[in-house]
Design a binder for this molecule. Structure first.
Ligand code: NAD
Length: 465
């Protein structure tokens, strides 16, 4: 007998209601499948909406307002220093989350999706053991399933999240604005949340174990961002390791080690942002014969089918990059495949965006990857200081880079750093998906005066073929 609230069977069970899970649920329901979606949160949204992309972008908007007000004195508009009402900032951020997740909950209802607030574990190839948030337990038989359980933040060995040693979840709770904040990890999360806290008034230091910020991103883009971050942050320590961390009543004492030796410094709080790990532990994968790789990612094929065939995996658990928009595409492919449609996951470009100021965005081949592979490419690099719209924004920083095939002129990669780069990259993604050439970009009329003209001008800056 099934427990009340847990159906005995379903056509498609989806575990996890983040961007991958809810997208797959909505799409599969639209395609006529009877869907059961299981997640402990009240509404769909997952890490992205509750504890990731959306709250961090809300805080970065606050940072943007503070930053623009401070810089506008240079263009003749002077504001008094900001007074930050941290409780109101926190409430507004939570209102944004509630609006978005509430709307998704209503959509799930309209699509007649059975939504169970609880957790699920595979107990065999066609069964899940479900425990609701109220503690009811029961078995759910499924014909097909989609696993979309996401990822969790990695902590430094020997540390657990506390009020002073935070991961991204704690930092986004915005309990207070610490006088000093050490960010461990100079990647996406460290730089985005470090920027937000710096604008709110914290003295921010970043420690990164490699020789540069944002490993994986071309250095010429990073250096444009770093010039600004050097002014906003107290320190950026590269090639530096955290040797020890001790939590005290009034702060955290941290020992750093670099090639000069060891030293100790104290901070009010620490944010650890050294990567994320797929959330596959305790999912019962072995009961259904599902294979994972050495990093814990579930192995999937082009339809996102696992080794179990009728069970799919999408989003962060199915491999890098761990980005919501990659999960959306995988969700559509898995849902269509589950509904017996023909779909394949084969993107030519997945955009990466770092929402700092300036933003960095890129897609397709990077120059670093081309060089490492010994691949011949022709590149155009266009600094934004010659772009009218950039100067009218009171800025002169920014760079647009196009990477092309010298033989065919086909665009291989697009990279941008500058205000709004995250919006501009969409043109590059479409161009790559459509196999556009330099001529296509040159013959496309771009609106004037806009930052998008830097893409057009970069295309004209390439040598004639
Ligand atoms: P990340 O991989 O972007 O960066 C981690 C950084 O920490 C790297 O620079 C790494 O060299 C460094 N590091 C690792 N161990 C360290 C140590 N012991 N001491 C000092 N530095 C160390 O990871 P993240 O910032 O935690 O973000 C996790 C993932 O979340 C990202 O890879 C991304 O997929 C996703 N994310 C995306 C966005 C976005 O799209 N804007 C924003 C936030 C997070």
């Amino acid at each position: 007998m099934a427990a009340a609230g847990i159906p005995e069977k379903t056509q498609l069970a989806i575990i996890g209601a983040g961007p991958g899970g809810y997208h797959a649920a909505f799409h599969a329901a639209d395609l006529g499948l009877q869907v059961t979606l299981i997640d402990p949160a009240e509404n769909p949204g997952g890490v992205c909406l509750y504890r990731g992309c959306i709250p961090s972008k809300a805080l970065l908007h606050v940072a943007g307002v503070v930053g623009e007000a401070a810089e506008s004195a240079a263009i003749g508009v002077k504001f008094a220093p900001p007074e930050i009402d941290i409780a109101r900032v926190r409430t507004w951020k939570n209102e944004v989350i509630d609006k978005l997740t509430g709307a998704l909950g209503m959509q799930a209802g309209r699509k007649k999706i059975t939504h169970i607030r609880g957790t699920a574990t595979l107990s065999g190839p066609h069964t899940l053991q479900v425990v609701t948030n109220e503690g009811e337990a029961g078995a759910l038989a499924f014909e097909q399933a989609i696993l979309a359980t996401g990822s969790r933040p990695v902590m430094l060995p020997g540390t657990e999240p506390t009020a002073r040693i935070m991961n991204s979840t704690g930092a986004l709770d915005l309990e207070d604005v610490p006088a000093s904040l050490l960010v461990v990890g100079g990647g996406y999360i460290g730089l985005e949340l470090g920027s937000a806290y710096a604008a709110l008034g914290s003295e921010v230091s970043v420690v990164e174990m490699t020789g540069g910020l944002l490993p994986g991103c071309d250095r010429d883009l990073v250096s444009v961002l770093k010039r600004r971050l050097d002014r906003k942050f107290k320190a950026i320590m590269l090639n530096t390791k955290v040797e020890a961390m001790t939590e005290k009543k009034d702060g955290v004492t941290v020992t750093f080690a670099d090639k000069k030796g060891s030293r100790t410094e104290s901070f009010a709080k620490v944010l650890i942002a050294i990567g994320r790990r797929p959330h596959t532990r305790d999912l019962g994968l072995e009961t259904a014969g599902i294979e994972v790789d050495g990093k814990g990612f579930v192995q999937v094929d082009a339809q996102r089918r696992t080794s179990a065939g009728h069970i799919y995996a999408i989003g962060d658990i199915a491999g890098e990059p761990m980005l919501a928009h990659k999960a959306y595409r995988e969700a559509a492919v898995a849902a269509e495949s589950a509904a017996a449609g023909k779909a394949v996951y084969d993107p030519r470009a997945i955009p990466a965006v770092v929402f700092t100021d300036p933003e960095i965005a890129w897609c397709g081949l990077t120059e670093t990857e081309a060089r490492a592979a010994g691949r011949k490419v022709t590149t155009a690099k266009l600094p934004w200081r010659g772009n009218g719209r950039t100067l009218t924004l009171g800025r002169d920083d920014g760079l647009t880079k196009l990477i092309t095939d010298p033989e065919t002129g086909v665009l291989l990669g697009v990279a941008l750093v500058g205000p709004g780069a995250g919006e501009l990259i969409a043109e590059g993604v479409l161009a790559l998906e459509m196999a556009a050439t330099v001529e296509d970009l040159r013959h496309t009329i771009h609106p004037h005066p806009t930052l998008s003209e830097t893409v057009f001008d970069a295309a004209w800056a390439l040598p004639p073929r």
